[in-house]
Design a protein around this ligand. Structure first.
Ligand code: GDP
Length: 297
């Protein structure tokens, strides 16, 4: 899959503004304070931003140009995030449990993944297991029809575990395959939601083949620092194997993956940048850092 991402402008434009006007910025304390602010405004949390700037500032004497500063930042940023891919093999039962708060982009991401795995010759089954939202069930059925992918659904209000159970049975009956399971995301009812998810977690673990159950958290790039808190909450409760960052196209910021990578160490599975089925790509740390810093041209 292509890993090209749309351009990101926020940090780059702010950074360039330090150099515009009559006075060229000196690489002094004030300059690095401004850099730190620009990183924070780009959704890199204050703690991570400060750590980065302190590290970069140590080399201030060696910087000849603004490009040198950007490259120094980039070399640190790429160490904070790492990609992950999950192998899906015919003949094995793989379960992707897709987690995230409502509106993050779970349904859309499931459809995109279903389309990609189907195009790759695998035959995924979608489990419409957010049974709290009739709209989510209907939406997945529509995607399934469009994509030619089977959707296992029960009535609104049914036991989500039972839906996943049936989807896994459908896959097992074919001799293996991929289950893409949706989940509820009512984080305002956090305790109940997390308890419910832990129950589902046990069912998924029992249905997937060894090492083939992956918990994928969808986070919305437009939610800034909230994305970090969501990652922390889900990771503590369930252990997240990989992230999908959605709506990269809808924000001029988008640096949230850096503090999540640094503090929580969760790798990144995919980045989504639009509502179309093809607006999804494997995560490329270099491309992500380049786009964030505006280094890509
Ligand atoms: P869910 O509640 O987590 O299942 O979220 P949905 O999949 O329903 O997505 C919520 C909204 O975000 C919908 O309007 C989607 O079309 C939109 N959406 C999802 N992913 C992306 C993306 O990568 N870019 C953009 N621009 N919109 C997205």
């Amino acid at each position: 899959m292509d890993t090209t991402l749309p351009r990101k402008r926020s940090f780059a434009e702010k950074f360039k503004s330090f150099f515009s006007g009559s006075k060229k910025a000196a690489f002094n304390g004030e300059f690095f304070d401004d850099c730190c602010d620009a990183l924070i405004e780009g959704d890199i949390g204050p703690k991570t931003a400060l750590g980065l700037i302190e590290a970069v500032q140590k080399n201030a004497g060696r910087f000849q140009s603004e490009q040198d500063v950007l490259l120094a930042l980039k070399s640190l940023l790429v160490t904070l995030v790492r990609p992950v891919d999950f192998v899906v093999e015919p003949g094995k039962t793989t379960v992707f449990l897709v987690l995230g708060v409502n509106g993050a982009g779970k349904t859309t991401t499931i459809a995109k993944l279903a389309g990609k795995y189907r195009a790759a010759g695998l035959d995924p089954v979608i489990a419409a297991s957010d049974t709290f939202r009739a709209a989510a069930i209907d939406q997945l059925k529509i995607h399934g029809e469009r994509l030619g992918v089977r959707v296992v659904a029960h009535q609104n209000g049914a036991d989500p575990g039972a839906v996943i159970f049936d989807a896994a049975a459908a896959v097992a009956a074919r001799g293996g395959g991929l289950v893409l399971a949706d989940t509820a995301g009512r984080l305002h009812n956090k305790e109940n939601l997390l308890r419910e998810l832990q129950k589902i977690d046990r069912i998924c673990a029992s249905k997937a083949d060894e090492g083939r159950y992956k918990k994928i958290l969808v986070i919305d790039a437009t939610t800034g620092q909230n994305a970090f808190r969501q990652a922390e909450t889900f990771h503590q409760a369930l252990g997240v194997d990989g992230l999908v960052l959605t709506k990269w196209d809808s924000t001029s910021k988008g640096g949230a993956l850096f503090p999540i990578g640094k503090e929580l160490g969760i790798p990144v599975f995919r980045v989504c940048f639009g509502e179309g089925y093809d607006d999804i790509a494997p995560f490329d740390p270099e491309a992500y850092a380049d786009e964030f810093l505006g280094l890509s041209g």
